[in-house]
Design a protein around this ligand. Structure first.
Ligand code: S3P
Length: 453
């Protein structure tokens, strides 16, 4: 989002049943990691299925500015990104500011890599990203020897100078965050000895799986109380390996909920990642009575994958436990939509982290629910959606705060609501889900730009 940004309103009108098969773009988390780990590996990494969303392209741009050669091949079997690894400590000092756009993952993981390279870099982002907390990575990365000069101490833009003599650390995460965990592990690649992260609750483990896929030595111990201790042996030999990025379960969530709430729907979403640390939404929807089948389960490049078959279902409200939050942290906006169409209240707890996402998502969800006429109660870190009947639609455009998941969630609401739903700006959708409108309309939705007929 730049100051010159012109909002692009979209309207979603009530749709006929959704039917057919749609290929959801690649997983955003895995795409960032494939680029970054490929960048510091030895040899040539070929990545298929990479998400070509703005967030991931910002990461590719930053890595190129750090001297990594990344090329795009458009072949008969699809697009492949080819990364010529610079080697473990091979990143070069950039001559331009590294602009991570809207991406918290891109920024925080990249800071991990930079923290143990002896170079100085400036990192910034868009109007949303510069307000998000970076202290959570600055603090552990400083302990590893990096130094930071950040706006207000903890925010972008910042200047980082990586450690000449990196120090491995043992670090207990104060917040359950895969981004912070991954940032420290990526920094640990260039530290001698063992870097250990203890997470009180398990968060997505794509970094661990991919580091192992590239040959790093990494152990994970479950403490039995839900906490996990992840130990990486530093200075590994990372050898380039092919990566196939599965479809993003967080993106598939939008088509899934649209099919559930549009009567008579049945859709198939092939090749979706079903890593258990990402599927909390699907667990919750099934508890709510959703008919979702996981067909053809298999493993691709170390990640579990399945074809999702979703049929329209009568949903009932449930209580979502706080300890499920890490496995569905990005899915509360779309769960709130499913809940608005369910019978009875859905209670969501443990949502504190939603306040520091691309927007204050609890407030943004509340604003949108009010606009479509759905009843809810908002707490400091919880949300109850009352449900019961189809929401009426929005009389005025819903503010999305340049948050892709807020925009897509309320456009999905419009698929099943009694009247149209308009969002004030869909431009942010391109950060994570290019082609969202076309994909949804291909299944039978009726979403258009405000100026379209
Ligand atoms: C991500 C982790 C989550 C999630 C984000 C992607 C990742 O953030 O919200 O969209 O790729 O590691 P936190 O780790 O900050 O919860």
């Amino acid at each position: 989002m730049t100051e010159a940004h012109r909002p692009q309103p979209f309207t979603s009108r009530p749709a006929a049943p959704l039917t057919g098969t749609a290929r959801v773009p690649g997983d955003k988390s895995i795409s960032h990691r494939a680029l970054m780990i490929g960048a510091v590996a030895t040899g040539r990494t070929r990545v298929s299925g990479l998400l070509e969303g703005e967030d991931v392209l910002a990461t590719a741009g930053a890595l190129r500015a750090l001297g990594v050669r990344i090329s795009r091949e458009d072949g008969a079997t699809g697009v492949t990104y080819v990364i010529d690894g610079a080697g473990l400590s091979g990143l070069a000092a950039p001559t331009t500011v590294l602009d991570m756009g809207n991406s918290g993952t891109g920024a925080r993981l990249l800071l991990g890599l930079l923290a143990t390279h002896p170079l100085t870099a400036q990192v910034t982002g868009d109007a949303s990203l510069v307000e998000r907390p970076m202290g959570r990575v600055i603090e552990p990365l400083s302990r590893m020897g990096a130094s930071f000069l950040a706006r207000e101490g903890t925010k972008l833009p910042l200047t980082v100078t990586g450690a000449r003599m990196p120090v491995p650390i043992v670090y207990r995460l104060p917040v359950p965050s895969a981004q912070v965990k991954s940032s420290i592990l990526l920094a640990g690649l260039n530290a001698p000895g063992e870097t250990t992260v203890i997470e009180p609750e398990a968060t997505r483990d794509h970094t661990e799986l991919m580091l192992r896929h590239f040959g790093a030595e990494l152990t994970v111990e479950d403490a039995g109380d839900g906490s996990r201790q992840i130990t990486l042996t530093g200075q590994p030999e990372l050898i380039a390996r092919p990566v196939e990025v599965p479809g993003d379960p967080s993106s598939a969530a939008f088509a899934t909920v649209a099919a559930l709430i549009a009567p008579g729907s049945e859709i198939t979403l092939p090749n979706i990642g079903i890593n258990a640390l990402r599927t909390g939404l699907y667990v919750t929807l099934i508890e709510m009575g959703a008919d979702i089948a996981f067909a053809n389960e298999r493993e691709v490049a170390g990640e579990p994958v399945a074809d999702l078959v979703v049929r329209a279902s009568a949903l009932r409200g449930v209580e979502v436990p706080a300890d499920r939050a890490p496995s569905m942290i990005d899915e509360y906006p779309i769960l709130a939509i499913a809940a608005a169409f369910a019978e009875g209240p859905t209670v969501m707890k443990g949502l504190a982290e939603l306040r520091v996402k691309e927007s204050d998502r609890i407030a943004a969800i509340a604003g949108g629910l009010a606009a479509i006429g759905a009843a809810f109660e908002e707490g400091e870190d919880d949300l109850t959606v009352r449900g019961g009947g189809r929401p009426r639609g929005s009389a005025t455009a819903i503010p999305t705060h340049f948050d892709h998941r807020i925009a897509m969630s309320f456009l999905v609401a419009g698929v099943g609501a009694e009247g149209p739903v308009t969002v004030d700006d869909g431009a942010a959708i391109a950060t994570s889900f290019p082609g969202f409108v076309e994909l949804m309309n291909g299944l039978g939705a009726n979403i258009s730009g405000a100026t379209d007929p």
